[in-house]
Design a protein around this ligand. Structure first.
Ligand SMILES: Cc1cc2nc3c(=O)[nH]c(=O)nc-3n(C[C@H](O)[C@H](O)[C@H](O)COP(=O)(O)O)c2cc1C
Length: 184
């Protein structure tokens, strides 16, 4: 496992190199990337030949009501190249964030999310996008995939995951931690 000195966008290229090398060796050849703006997705599409990319964006309205942050030209480019772009409800916050904002407190999905953040923000995101992709039918619960996330922007964590549907979320398995940032 590679441990980066610090979290963040500066680790994006190296994370992709590590993730792509591992994804080439798994039968599904599927690489999941969290990308808010398209920055990481664009870098991945240039580097990840022979792999199927599944790019997961923020849900519409994450930042501003009814607004999507992902660059539409990048979405088009990815689709033209035969990759998938998924925009859906976040599996590890969903409506619970709305409950917290209105009533306060903390709810089970966000407790799970915060527990995964004890590894890194990106590991939490890798798990979340794997659930989202499984619920959208883009990955199977029987196959291994490589999933990448980061800390707010770019990528700094990559994980081999056996996905699950969100209705069986504890069936998801983290199989290998490929890279993550140091927590200290
Ligand atoms: C569904 C989803 C959930 C995310 N959740 C978090 C999070 O909890 N914490 C965090 O630091 N970043 C989070 N991110 C950001 C990603 O980890 C990653 O840094 C970002 O998608 C890269 O976007 P870019 O390609 O525009 O740089 C999330 C992104 C997505 C798509």
């Amino acid at each position: 496992m590679v441990v980066f000195k610090e979290p963040g966008k500066l680790n994006t290229r190296k994370t992709l190199e590590i993730a792509i090398e591992r994804a080439r060796k798994i039968p599904s050849k599927k690489l999941l990337i969290a990308s808010v703006t398209g920055y990481s997705a664009k870098m991945a599409v240039e580097m990840a030949r022979e792999l199927e990319l599944i790019v997961v964006t923020h849900h519409t309205g994450f930042k501003e009501p009814d607004t999507q942050e992902f660059d539409e030209n990048t979405r088009k480019l990815l689709k033209e190249k035969g990759h998938e772009v998924l925009t859906a409800t976040h599996a590890l916050s969903a409506g619970e964030r709305g409950l917290r904002r209105k009533f306060g407190g903390i709810y089970p999905l966000e407790i799970i999310a915060n527990t995964l953040r004890m590894f890194s923000e990106g590991v939490k995101v890798a798990v979340e996008i794997s659930l989202m992709a499984a619920d959208a039918g883009l990955v199977k619960t029987s196959e291994l995939v490589v999933a990448c996330g980061g800390t707010e922007s770019g990528l700094d964590s990559a994980v081999v995951i056996k996905p699950a549907n969100s209705s069986n979320l504890f069936d998801l398995k983290i199989v290998e931690l490929l890279c993550m940032p140091s927590n200290i």
